[in-house]
Design a protein. Sequence first.
Length: 233
Amino acid sequence: MARKSLVVQVVDSVLDRIVSGELSVDQMIPGELELCDTLEVSRMTVREAIKTLAAQNIIRIERGRGTYVNPINMWNSLEAVVRATTAGVGAAAAAVQLIELRRMLETGACELAAARITDEQLEHMGVLLETMREAHAAGDLDRFVDADLGFHDIILHASGNVFVSALYEPLGRVLSSRRRETSAFPQIQEHAIHEHEQILRALSLRNSSSAREAMDEHMQQTLDDLNTFVLDR
């Protein structure tokens, strides 16, 4: 058990160096002996850590040449991707892809929620929407973002699909970070308030197709706003 803990520590140490930019894409990572000396662990521990990182496709082992860092779009560890994008690594591409992921999941979740959402949940969403309006008027970014995230969280839970919520849980940090980045623009807040009104209206009518359409339009507007106000700058 102790050796497993050391392996995790080595994995985290190497990943931290990649996320910080100390080790860049296609750069060779330090050799076994150097990592052993730097981290004060055994060669076997380092080897297992390298195997773990390679299995997650964070690094690639080229026989006879060395071990190199892969670009983030090749990684298959959600936790590692979240850590990297939260730190700003590959932020532009990741921001677009995150909206694409949200579009795939949240439009379906909203469609399911229309038939399953409770009156209490709808009432809570109405309160959160009013909070977004008040926060927008007061210039309170943190309050606006918290209400926005809470609004969407109710929909995910109202869908009744446990896998949707489970998929979103590890994305919490990066979702919060991205919302604060985009919601800093008053125009984007105005768009979001209008779209949330349409989503709540469709859910209140228990209209599944309208709910899906309203969420899809929200995701498209979010992508357009990201390109216009954030990425183009």
